[in-house]
Design a binder for this molecule. Structure first.
Ligand SMILES: [Zn+2]
Length: 515
């Protein structure tokens, strides 16, 4: 059985998804979960692209010890220096430098001749290798590059010290057969290829990212790059969970495995979905809500007689439990703590107290508190904002089919005590948002608003996700509550707090840079 290394890029390529912007605490939380999942390498960001990226890559490199942490860099010394500063304390410092190799990218984007591209690639790999024990080099747009040229440049960068060679299908254009040919050709035509691991990185523009990744693995790739839930630039990347489960279930065919802790897949997927606001479609393979739902009578009958009639793998394999009622109104603090630790909680005693209180409030209103509910409460408590500038103290909404909806809100503002305001709107949510906009000195543009329930049932928890523009900055926010209007208010306030914190952080950085 061949071991395939999993290179997760949820925090770099995934974070490039339109509308996604994760903050420091959120990235760290996802990184810890990817470590539990057992990824070999995680790409934590692009350190030279912004101060925020630098800070989170550095924190992840200093925290995560079970996976190798890497950062992206262009083929320029400044990027490599900044990446070294961010990554030098990681367990196994690793850099990912890239340069485009396709005719269209070399001519129009880089404006370099093929010889200049080879020289630049070699120089950057040598420069990186003087600092980093592990250097991954990527031929951007490899799938549209000429094979003999790829063979030449790969041989040169391996001689310069690259230990991993990545061949991305940057624009999601290739097919399984073509990518298989590319990997086979390079395995056979690069004389020093045994000194490096070949890696595949695929985009889903034509819906073939996972199929292309598997074809590359069959033809010599020893590393696969992917993201949780397949999020990423444009139509996204190859999804980690689909590749990992396909290799596991079809071992007979692929003769390869990832070694991931598959039962952490569901939790990883939920966390990434919650924190990015990118909802997993119910028909999504492996992690969608319907992935194990048998609807037709004939199928249900078959499954009852023998599961294997219509189920090729069990929900338990990927950590989807039956989501039974786990705790009730009378559960004590001890049982509660045991349960959340089992669900992966690793926060402080103060946070346990906060979640326990939220759990007790919920158990008063909701008959069965499920694992998904607890997970939502845990995420809310542990991945909150470092500083809450506004906190929801009270919310009252007056709604009737024949009158104008009015919201009255009290906010706790730690610097100035409580403030209160009321406003109307054409609907309840609009009344709430009009009121909040006055309180925080808007204007605020609401760009997106989405709501979903956590599991079914009329007493389910509501989860609201918003995207706003405030103070010239785009921010996202989420809120969970038993009531949809309260969840809506919380999501909006969360987005405002995130904007203010980011602004404060950037101002602090500017001061440090100018000093
Ligand atoms: Zn990509």
């Amino acid at each position: 059985m061949r071991k395939i290394n999993v290179f997760d890029t949820t925090l770099r390529d995934g974070e490039q998804s339109a509308g996604v912007n994760l903050n420091f605490e959120e990235k760290l939380e996802i990184a810890k979960q990817l470590e539990r999942l057992g990824v070999d390498v995680m790409e934590a960001g692009f350190p030279a692209s912004s101060q925020g990226d630098f800070r989170s890559v550095q924190a992840i490199a200093n925290t995560v010890k079970g996976s190798s942490v890497t950062g992206l860099a262009r083929s320029v010394t400044k990027d490599i220096d900044v990446a070294w500063e961010a990554l030098k304390k990681s367990a196994e410092p690793r850099i990912h430098v890239f340069l485009a190799t396709s005719p269209i990218h070399m001519t129009y984007k880089l404006r370099m001749t093929p010889d200049e591209v080879v020289r630049t690639a070699v120089e950057s790999v040598k420069y990186a290798k003087a600092k980093f024990p592990q250097v991954q080099w990527s031929a951007e747009d490899a799938s549209r590059s000429e094979l003999p040229f790829l063979a030449t440049i790969i041989e040169a960068v391996i001689d310069a010290g690259a230990t991993v060679i990545n061949l991305p299908d940057t624009v999601g254009y290739t097919t399984p057969q073509e990518i298989g040919n590319m990997f086979r050709y390079l395995t056979e035509n690069v004389p020093n290829i045994d000194r490096a691991i070949l890696s595949t990185h695929n985009h889903d523009d034509l819906g073939m990212a996972v199929a292309n990744s598997l074809a590359a693995i069959q033809n010599g790739a020893g590393q696969v790059e992917c993201t949780m839930n397949g999020i990423g630039e444009r139509a996204g990347n190859a999804s980690l969970e689909e590749i990992a489960v396909a290799l596991n279930i079809r071992k007979d065919h692929y003769q390869a495995d990832t070694g991931l802790t598959l039962k952490e897949i569901k939790r990883s997927s939920s966390l990434v979905s919650k924190l990015t606001g990118m909802i997993v479609p119910s028909n999504k393979a492996v992690v969608g809500a319907n992935a194990f739902a048998h609807e037709s009578g004939i199928h249900q009958d078959g499954v009852l007689k023998n599961k294997e009639t219509y189920e090729i793998f069990t929900p338990e394999l990927v950590g989807v439990s039956s989501n039974r009622m786990v705790l009730g109104k009378h559960s004590g603090r001890h049982a509660f703590k045991e349960k959340i630790v089992e669900l992966g909680f690793n926060g402080t005693e103060d946070q346990i107290q906060t979640i326990f209180k939220a759990f007790k409030d919920l158990a008063d209103k909701k008959k069965d508190v499920t694992e998904d509910d607890l997970f939502a409460l845990m995420t809310e408590a542990t991945v909150g904002e470092a500083v809450a500038h506004y906190e929801l103290e009270a919310l009252q909404v007056n709604y009737g089919t024949n009158n104008i909806p009015t919201a009255t809100i009290t906010l706790n503002v730690p610097s100035e005590g409580t403030i209160q305001e009321a406003a109307t709107g054409s609907g309840s949510v609009e009344a709430i948002y009009n009121t909040l906009e006055r309180m925080i000195d808007g204007p605020v543009i609401l760009e997106d608003y989405r709501i979903q329930s956590i599991n079914g049932g009329r007493d389910a928890l509501a989860e609201v996700f918003v995207k706003i523009q405030y103070d010239g900055v785009e921010s996202t926010g989420r809120g969970t509550a038993h009531d949809v209007l309260e969840a809506s208010a919380k999501a909006y306030i969360h987005a405002i707090n995130r904007t203010i914190n980011r602004r404060a952080y950037n101002a602090e950085r500017m001061k440090q840079l100018n000093a």
